[in-house]
Design a protein around this ligand. Structure first.
Ligand SMILES: C[C@](O)(C(=O)O)[C@H](CC(=O)O)C(=O)O
Ligand SMILES: [Mg+2]
Length: 307
């Protein structure tokens, strides 16, 4: 009830333990706090707070326009309503290495278990688009070191993302990604996010090259095929994110409902696909608030099924 009763420190410790267990962890992207409740209800291991979703939510392209304050604020709203660990996309760290140190502390305060930090130049772009550029390895290493030095909770996970694979096609791009993954892990990154891998063998090659957990990004309409969680586990990945999946699903449904409304002059034909009032009240724990005030939960689904 109310917010999660699990503290951020406990979530971080539990997340580190789950990672150490060797099981692959699935993190769907929560596009708002309510959808994080759904992710928890369905038994997932964690929620991902996506920069792409956050920008889209604000009606912006994902090119580094969002600020640390906006991202940390959203991350905090999401982290506080779930007992699950929340992992946040910190883009390029919101500035120079000194800013990155501040970013990590702000994300700690937001109650998330970790963040990823990428090696793109600013303005950044979606990792699955062409024409990306990355900073020199030395700069990428400085960003990771600043994050590691800046954190106060040693259990806070600093994940380094490298976008270098997308800058060079063929074998050479993969080799660059492997070299960077190694260097970023040596710089203290607790996990590696190799962006825009072409196939399973590429995930496998990166996972084999580093001693830290590797994340797989299963974003739709991108460079990577949509592999199953088993395939990714067998390739050595330890965390899978589905960053924009729920937003795309929700927006697809919203668009179909609007079309129905336009076509029929009523939304009635779309109601069957909607989340019911009863389900919404379950997710927001209406009944639990009776603990404070028994007049709060007076809803009877049987008599109100169309409302
Ligand atoms: C993971 C990602 O960084 C995100 O912000 O969710 C994006 C996802 C996307 O745009 O599909 C990415 O750069 O892959
Ligand atoms: Mg992003």
């Amino acid at each position: 009830m109310l917010f999660s009763r699990v503290t951020a420190a406990e979530k971080r410790r539990a997340f580190r333990e789950s990672l150490a267990s060797g099981e692959i962890l699935q993190f769907p992207g929560a596009f708002n706090p309510l959808s994080a409740r759904l992710v928890q209800d369905k038994g997932f291991d964690g929620v991902y707070v996506s920069g792409a979703v956050l920008s889209a939510d604000l009606g912006l392209p994902d090119i580094g326009l969002t600020t640390l304050t906006e991202v940390a604020g959203r991350a905090a709203q999401i982290a506080r309503v779930t007992d699950l660990p929340a992992l946040v996309d910190a883009d390029t760290g919101f500035g120079e290495p000194m800013n990155v140190a501040r970013t990590v502390q702000t994300m700690e305060d937001a109650g998330v278990v970790g963040m990823h930090l990428e090696d793109q130049v600013n303005p950044k772009r979606c990792g699955h688009l062409d024409g990306k550029e990355v900073v020199e390895l030395g700069e990428a290493v400085r960003r990771v070191r600043a994050a590691v030095d800046g954190r106060r909770d040693p259990d806070f996970l600093v994940m380094a993302r490298t976008d270098v694979r997308g800058t060079e096609p063929g074998e050479r791009g993969l080799r660059l990604a492997i070299d960077r993954a190694r260097a970023l892990a040596d710089a203290g990154a607790d996990a590696i996010f190799p962006e825009a891998m072409n196939d399973l063998s590429e995930f496998e090659a990166v996972a084999a090259a580093v001693d830290v957990p590797v994340l797989a990004n299963m974003t739709e309409f991108g460079k990577s095929e949509l592999f199953t969680v088993r395939q990714l586990a067998d390739a050595g990945a330890r965390i899978v994110i589905y960053p924009v999946t729920l937003l795309r699903s929700a927006m697809g449904a919203a668009e179909r409902t609007l079309d129905t409304l336009v076509a029929h002059g009523t939304q009635a034909a779309a109601v069957g696909d909607m989340q019911t009032r009863a389900r919404l009240y379950e997710l927001t724990d209406y009944a639990g608030y009776n603990h404070f005030d028994s007049s709060v939960f007076t809803y009877e689904p049987a008599q109100n099924h169309t409302h």
